[in-house]
Design a protein around this ligand. Structure first.
Ligand code: ITT
Length: 195
């Protein structure tokens, strides 16, 4: 089954492909339609994920969407749904440094990555949604060059290094995206088998 992920983020596409079960194939929706400027101004990850689906549902192809972000407890959930838009034109090295500076005297380092993933079936309008989370802490400094976004400052629970150091194999075991899409693909599998 061919699915189209509504994303401009190559790293997300790569991560989703790494956990793709047999029988599924995923491409970016931008391989069959022009990129759209989606205003991701919802207060929730699911709200923004739904905006991504709505932007392309007229194409009449099965769609996937992922809205995700880093939620830091001591910063009141920041950057959260604004993970991309926070200092949008700055490099992630700068964005991460600003977060580390804001937390320099903060003992509570608790944080989590959250991913709201959706599947949309154009034949009947069915929408399936799941959320994946990974708890962890914000490191004291940036480290590692694997992954993308805020990976160099996030240390998942049970580890002492960041996703930036740990790389894809660990991320594919326990990341917010891996958990969400594993769940989503198993539901889509069940659903398409019963259609
Ligand atoms: P699309 O909307 O085109 O899918 P995007 O990167 O803008 O791409 P989001 O709107 O979902 O995606 O914002 C997610 C942001 O949250 C992302 O750009 C990173 O800053 C951060 N983020 C999400 N998942 C992450 C991960 O696995 N590792 C590091 N940072 C992540």
């Amino acid at each position: 089954m061919k699915l189209y992920l509504v994303t401009s983020n190559e790293n997300k596409l790569k991560e989703v492909r790494l956990i793709l079960p047999a029988g599924f194939d995923v491409e970016s929706v931008e391989t069959i339609a022009p990129k759209k400027d989606i205003v991701e101004d919802s207060a929730t990850f699911f709200g923004n994920s739904l905006k991504k689906i709505e932007a392309y549902k007229d194409l009449g192809v099965p769609l996937l969407a992922d809205d995700s972000g880093l939620v830091i407890d001591s910063l009141g959930g920041f950057p959260g749904v604004n993970s991309t838009r926070f200092m949008e034109n700055s490099h992630y090295l700068t964005k991460m440094q600003i977060i580390l500076d804001r937390m320099v005297n903060e003992e509570n380092r608790a944080a989590r990555f959250v991913c709201a993933a959706l599947f949309y079936d154009p034949s009947n309008g069915v929408l399936v949604g799941v959320e994946g989370k990974v708890d962890g802490i914000i490191a004291r400094k940036q480290s590692g060059e694997n992954g993308f976004g805020y990976d160099p400052i996030f240390v998942p629970q049970g580890y002492s290094q960041t996703f930036g150091v740990l790389g894809d194999s660990v991320k594919m075991e326990l990341s917010h995206r891996a958990k969400a899409f594993k769940k989503l693909f198993s539901l889509v599998h069940l659903y398409t088998g019963k259609k």
